[in-house]
Design a protein around this ligand. Structure first.
Ligand code: HAM
Length: 435
C-alpha cells in the first residue's frame, strides 16, 4: 500500500530509537524545551497557550503588511463561513491578543508569559528552515524600561548557557529608535540606495519600494558592499533612544552577557522599536539566527489594549536542538561499546560469529544486519543515537580482504583492522568498554 509522506518542510518528532536524525528525537526536544521553560519560570513567567490559527487581519496589523512573513509566507485560508484565517507564523501577535482580551493589564502591572508550540511559514525548506517549526517564546508587558529588555535577554542567555551553546552563539544588539527616528533614517536609506540603484539585486530593488530597511538583511553579494557604506541608524537616534540603548548595553555587561553592537541589524517584523537583538550561530552551516526579539511599545495598544509597552524573545527550537546536539557530540567522551554493521546476507554469518566471539570477552556488542549498502546511513544514525563508540562495518569487500572497517564515532575517524576477534578486542572494543 502506498504510504503518506510528511508534507514538505515538516517532520515527525519520535522516540530517539526510531529517529533517522538525532534532532527528531522526542528526548532531545524535551531536554531543550524544558530548559527554556524552567529558566522562564525561574524569572516568574507563566505559560500561555493560544490557538494555532487566528484571523488573518491580526498578522497584517501586528507583524506588518510589508514584511516577508505576511507578504509571502503565511498559510491563509477561508473557513466555511468565508472568514480569512491564518496558521500563526509567530507567537507574539496571538499572545498579545489573548492578554488584551482577558484584560491582563487590569490584574497585574507587569504580565510575563511564555509559550512553546508550532508556527507555520511557507518558506523554501532547508537545514534549520521548515514550514512547520517550533518556537519557544516569552513576552513581557509592562512599563518601558531597558531592564525589562535585559530581563528577557538574560532568560534566553541562561537557557543557552545551560545547553552549552554560549560559546557557539553571538548576541547582536541594536537600537532602531522610535517610529519618527526610523522614518528619517528610512528617507536617508532610500536616498542612498536610489543613487546606487543600478548595483542593487532584484530583491533589494523590490524592497526599496516596500520595506527599504530590509535591504540591510540582504546576503546577496552585490548588495553586501553597498550595505557596508549605507547610513547607519545611530546617527538618527535622539537622546532618549540613545540613553535606552546605552543603559541596555551597560546592563548586559553587569550581567556578564557578551554582546556585539550591530547598527545594521533591523529584524524583519514591523512592530519593533528601540531594542532589537538576535543570537546568531554558525553551527547549522550558514550563519543563522537561533533566536531573536525586541521591544514593541505600540503593539499592545494597536491590538485594542491600553498604552502599555512590551518586549519579547523567541527561538526556533529546531535550530537550538541541532546546535545543542552538535555541541554535545563534539564534547562526547562517554561513548561506549561497539555495534557490528553487517552489509548483505553473505556477510551475516561471519559478522554474527564475530559478535558472538567479542561478547565472549564480556563486551556489549550489538549485531545490526542490513541488506543493502544504502541503509548504512540509517545504521550509523542508530549507532550514533545509541551512543556507541565504534561502528564495525563489515561488507563484501571486507570479507574478501579479511578486514573490518572501524568508525570511531567520537573522533569521526575511520581505520581498518584485521578480521580477528582477539585483535579487534584488544585494539578497539576493550578501549571503549564499560568495565
Ligand atoms: P523571528 O526572528 O521571526 O521572530 O523568529 C524567531 C526565531 O524562530 C528565529 O530566530 C529562528 O530561530 C526561528 N525561525 C523562524 N523561522 C523559522 C523557520 N522557517 N524554520 C525554523 N526556525 C525558524 C519572531 O517570530 C518574533 N515573534 C520574536 C519575538 C517575540 N519578538 C518579540 N517577542
Amino acid at each position: 500500500m502506498p504510504k503518506f509522506a510528511t508534507p514538505k518542510g515538516t517532520f515527525d518528532i519520535l522516540p530517539a530509537y526510531l529517529c533517522f536524525e538525532n534532532w527528531h528525537s522526542s528526548e532531545a526536544w524535551h531536554e531543550v524545551e524544558s530548559t527554556f521553560i524552567q529558566e522562564a519560570q525561574k524569572a516568574g513567567f507563566h505559560r500561555i497557550q493560544t490557538p494555532i490559527f487566528e484571523q488573518t487581519e491580526l498578522f497584517y496589523k501586528s507583524t506588518g503588511e510589508t514584511t516577508d512573513i505576511v507578504g509571502k509566507e503565511m498559510y491563509s485560508f477561508e473557513d466555511k463561513s468565508g472568514r480569512s484565517m491564518t496558521l500563526r507564523p509567530e507567537g507574539t501577535p496571538g499572545t498579545l491578543r489573548a492578554l488584551v482580551n482577558c484584560s491582563a493589564h487590569q490584574t497585574a502591572n507587569i504580565n510575563k508569559v511564555f509559550y512553546s508550540g508550532p508556527m507555520f511559514r511557507y518558506e523554501r525548506p532547508q537545514k534549520g528552515r521548515y514550514r512547520q517549526f517550533h518556537q519557544f517564546g516569552i513576552e513581557l508587558i509592562g512599563p518601558k524600561c531597558p531592564y525589562m529588555d535585559i530581563e528577557v535577554i538574560s532568560i534566553a542567555w541562561a537557557a543557552y548557557q545551560r545547553l552549552s551553546l554560549d560559546r557557539g552563539v553571538r548576541l547582536e544588539v541594536n537600537s532602531i529608535g522610535s517610529t519618527k527616528e526610523r522614518l528619517n533614517y528610512r528617507h536617508a536609506l532610500v536616498e542612498y540606495f536610489k543613487s546606487n540603484q543600478k548595483a542593487l539585486s532584484a530583491d533589494s530593488l523590490r524592497r526599496l519600494e516596500t520595506n527599504p530597511l530590509r535591504i540591510l538583511d540582504s546576503k546577496e553579494e552585490q548588495d553586501v558592499e553597498l550595505i557596508a557604506s549605507a547610513p547607519i541608524i545611530w546617527n538618527y537616534l535622539n537622546t532618549q533612544s540613545i540613553d535606552h540603548f546605552e543603559t541596555l548595553c551597560t546592563g548586559l555587561e553587569a550581567c556578564a552577557i557578551p554582546y556585539h553592537k550591530n547598527p545594521r541589524m533591523v529584524r524583519g517584523l514591523d512592530y519593533y522599536n528601540d531594542t532589537v537583538f538576535e543570537w546568531v550561530s554558525d553551527d547549522l552551516g550558514a550563519k543563522s539566527s537561533i533566536g531573536g526579539g525586541g521591544r514593541y511599545d505600540k503593539l499592545y495598544h494597536q491590538l485594542g489594549g491600553p498604552d502599555l509597552q512590551g518586549v519579547g524573545f523567541a527561538c526556533g527550537l529546531e535550530r537550538v536542538i541541532m546546535s545543542y546536539l552538535q555541541q554535545k557530540n563534539e564534547c562526547q567522551t562517554d561513548r561506549k561499546n561497539a555495534i557490528i554493521i553487517a552489509i548483505g546476507s553473505h556477510c551475516h554469518k561471519r559478522a554474527m560469529a564475530l559478535a558472538h566471539a567479542l561478547r565472549a570477552f564480556g563486551q556489549k556488542i550489538e549485531y545490526y544486519p542490513i541488506d543493502h549498502p544504502k541503509k548504512i546511513k540509517n545504521a550509523m544514525s542508530w549507532a550514533d543515537t545509541m551512543g556507541y563508540r565504534y561502528a564495525l562495518i563489515f561488507g563484501e569487500e571486507e570479507l574478501d580482504n579479511l578486514q573490518i572497517q572501524c568508525k570511531d564515532l567520537s573522533s569521526r575517524t575511520q581505520f581498518s583492522c584485521k578480521l580477528e576477534p582477539s585483535i579487534i578486542y584488544e585494539n578497539i572494543v576493550e578501549k571503549s568498554s564499560n568495565k
